[in-house]
Design a protein around this ligand. Structure first.
Ligand SMILES: *[C@@H]1O[C@H](CO)[C@@H](O)[C@H](O)[C@H]1NC(C)=O
Ligand SMILES: *[C@@H]1O[C@H](CO)[C@@H](O)[C@H](O)[C@H]1NC(C)=O
Length: 148
């Protein structure tokens, strides 16, 4: 069993994106994006796309039954906290970073991974905090490139 201090629960960042003038035609000047880091409380499905792990319980019924009506990888039967925050901020639901084909981070992206800890040893195979932060750096590069 890992020590409590190696887990992390809620860690979210709201960032105001400043796009160059050419992009402002499409987005409000102070567009808010929502970047989510964390563990099972906040995972919107990243763990569905991990390599080398057997499918988690969250891929089967009754997960997701009350809102999405199918399992989404959320460790919940409905929406999780980031979904409610996104709705409140009038953003779409923020997809998991590992979702194949998803690469538009204008509204933010979710890096959380169920079981993840701050340290890689907490639950090998999940997205530990350092990995989530390195994905964030990649996403940031993508955003900067898209804004050019
Ligand atoms: C899974 O494996 C593929 C192919 O080797 C790789 O491109 C991808 O980055 C890996 N994903 C994760 C989350 O490790
Ligand atoms: C990316 O998402 C933003 C916000 O939802 C949207 O305005 C923009 O058109 C999208 N960009 C692309 C290239 O799809």
């Amino acid at each position: 069993m890992a020590s409590l201090s190696s887990f992390f629960g809620l860690l979210v960042i709201f960032a105001t994106l400043h796009f160059p003038t050419t992009c402002r035609a499409k987005l409000p000047e102070n567009h808010v994006a929502f970047f989510i880091f964390g563990d099972s409380l906040l995972d919107a499905g990243n763990n569905n796309y991990l390599n080398g792990t057997s499918p988690s319980a969250t891929t089967s019924w009754p997960y997701g039954e009350t809102f999405f009506h199918h399992p989404t990888g959320r460790v919940c039967d409905g929406r999780i906290v980031p979904d409610f925050i996104a709705e409140y901020a009038k953003l779409p639901l923020i997809p998991p970073y590992l979702q194949p084909g998803f690469n538009n981070y204008t509204d933010g992206v979710n890096f959380a991974s169920a079981g993840a800890g701050i340290l890689p040893e907490t639950r090998p195979g999940t997205l530990h905090l350092k990995l989530q932060l390195s994905y964030f750096e990649e996403a940031e590069k993508g955003l900067k490139a898209a804004a050019r």
